[in-house]
Design a protein around this ligand. Sequence first.
Ligand SMILES: Nc1ncnc2c1ncn2[C@@H]1O[C@H](COP(=O)(O)OP(=O)(O)OP(=O)(O)O)[C@@H](O)[C@H]1O
Ligand SMILES: [Mg+2]
Length: 268
Amino acid sequence: MSVLDEKPLPLQTLLRVDSVSMSFGGIQALNEVSFDVKAGTIHSVIGPNGAGKTTLFNVITGAYVPDRGRILYEEQEVQGRKVHELVRQGIARTFQNVELFGSMSVLENILVGRHVRTRCGFLGAMGRWSWVKKEEVEAKRRALELLEFVGLVDFAHHRSEDLPFGWQRFLEIGRALGADPRLLLLDEPASGLNAVETQRLGDLLERIRGQGITLLLVEHDMSLTMGISDLIVVLHQGRKLAEGTPKEIQSNDEVIAAYLGSDRESFP
Ligand SMILES: Nc1ncnc2c1ncn2[C@@H]1O[C@H](COP(=O)(O)OP(=O)(O)OP(=O)(O)O)[C@@H](O)[C@H]1O
Ligand SMILES: [Mg+2]
């Protein structure tokens, strides 16, 4: 029985990961992982390669069903709900490997992310009814606003695959924002970015939080993570090794040992 059966979630808890386990054949990707994410915070998940970070994201977003345990988002179980339904409920994500519609324009990629918030959907928006037209105009206005927010408005009509890689990451974030999320999961958003872009990313993440959106971040760039996170969960071989403030994590001997034992030498 979970503690949740006895007491309600504190109001500010947006997401609860409750004893989640998931294995693939003989690999235990997640092993009894539990933590809460409070609304309005930036919560990061770090850990060496293969620690289970992406698997955790896949479980939270409904892409995978865990073997054991449960995920509660706004006090409702995620398990058994479809990915698109969860997007509509306010959970959006970006991927470790950028996943855009390469041949579509930058603007169209944002509109695709937006279609969950329109009545007829972007692809279906070909009717002649006035509310469809009005919705299209509004979707475009909002998409341009989002492009301005992520710094890509001047490239609205470029093919997205022609953008430099780092900019594609910003576009992917813009597309996720198009779904009006309350919880945004970003899987290694700084991967492949140069130092200037990483700084811009940090600034963007702060501005996203400033809009009242809660962020759950998987990231290997330690200076970014340590600089912007309220709390950090450390995964190691599928288990939660530690959780705490950046300061606590940086001075945690077990965490340092886990990083030294891995092929990552990026831990500060
Ligand atoms: N679909 C899958 N099928 C089989 N094994 C998988 C699958 N997804 C993940 N795994 C395995 O589960 C473990 C955790 O993988 P995961 O991708 O969650 O790690 P990660 O922490 O995101 O690593 P990285 O930092 O390299 O992205 C790894 O051993 C991986 O090989
Ligand atoms: Mg991963």
